[in-house]
Design a protein around this ligand. Structure first.
Ligand code: SAM
Length: 278
């Protein structure tokens, strides 16, 4: 039986052309074909690194058909690399159908890690990074957008979004409206590029900055929102400590009920606090 080829998922720069690994360049030189979202766009990167591997397109509109063709080639022994316009393929970019089908066909899929705008923004934003929730792009339609934000009202992890320059102001307004103006936001703009900017503030402060100068709305954006923190101001520290102790021995529902009745507090508040603690 013929030896199958491999699929390499190769991260490329998100702005600064130097942000690519040696391994990524080697792989792009060695594979038989590179599947790229936009071949003309990727040609510039390949030229820069003197890579002359053949490029074919794989984008949202031809992915399932292309995936089939690529899999047939891999089954004949050819190696394929997948790249996107910027950053890590499959992260708000095409490639899921291809990888999923390769896995189903027992073909080897090898990640070649590198730049990703979400991670790049997060590591320098100054918000908590122990837990985060990546949301990609918010829906474009108003109702769906509001619903998506509604679901994040009590999300305690840092939330990370991608946004286009066309919608950034509108999105910040929605964030203020749905999540309130107390949350800390960080807008990370033009990462790794000449005009890289990190802007921190509440939704209204970020909106004011974006609208004070049209130039501020140009470029690529990652938006980060600090996680929701329950106001425990009306729950005495002693009650919180008792809840923590009881939670180690009892189911949360029972622990919350006992503490609530002892301190004359709302069971639901303690239950929600318990969920956050756990
Ligand atoms: N796969 C990419 C990654 O790994 O980050 C993301 C692709 S997604 C189609 C493009 C979005 O990523 C942009 O609209 C923007 O929100 C974000 N992005 C990409 N490059 C960026 C940069 N240099 N600075 C800020 N955001 C960027």
């Amino acid at each position: 039986m013929e030896h199958s080829g491999k699929l390499y998922i190769v991260a490329t720069p998100i702005g600064n052309l130097a942000d690519i690994t040696h391994r990524a360049v080697d792989i792009l030189q060695q594979v038989d074909v590179i599947a790229a979202e936009d071949t003309r766009h990727s040609q510039k990167l390949l030229q820069h690194y003197q890579i002359d591997t053949r490029l074919i397109s794989l984008h949202d509109h031809n992915e399932s058909q292309r995936a089939r063709q690529l899999i047939e080639r891999m089954q004949k022994g050819l190696d394929v690399a997948l790249i996107s316009d910027a950053g890590t393929p499959l992260i708000s970019d095409p490639g899921y159908a291809l990888v999923n089908q390769c896995r189903a066909e027992n073909l080897e899929v090898i990640p070649i890690p590198g730049a990703c705008a979400a991670i790049t923004a997060m590591c320098a934003a100054g918000l908590a990074t122990d837990r985060f929730r990546f949301e990609g792009f918010l829906p474009v339609k108003e109702q769906a957008r509001q619903q998506a934000l509604d679901l994040l009202q009590e999300e305690s992890a840092t939330c990370v979004f991608y946004e286009s320059p066309r919608r950034i102001v509108d999105t910040i307004r929605w964030v203020g409206k749905v999540l309130g103006d107390e949350r800390q936001l960080v807008l990370a703009k033009e990462l790794t590029k000449t005009f890289e900017t990190f802007r921190t503030g509440t939704a209204s402060q970020i909106e004011a900055w974006l609208t004070e100068d049209a130039v501020h709305q140009k470029g690529e954006f990652v938006l980060l929102i600090s996680g929701y923190q329950r106001d425990t101001g009306n729950i005495p520290a002693a009650a919180i400590n008792l809840l923590k102790s009881l939670m180690q021995e009892l189911p949360l529902k029972k622990a919350a009920a006992l503490v609530a009745s002892h301190y004359e507090l709302k069971k639901n508040d303690l239950y929600k606090l318990g969920l956050e603690i756990s």
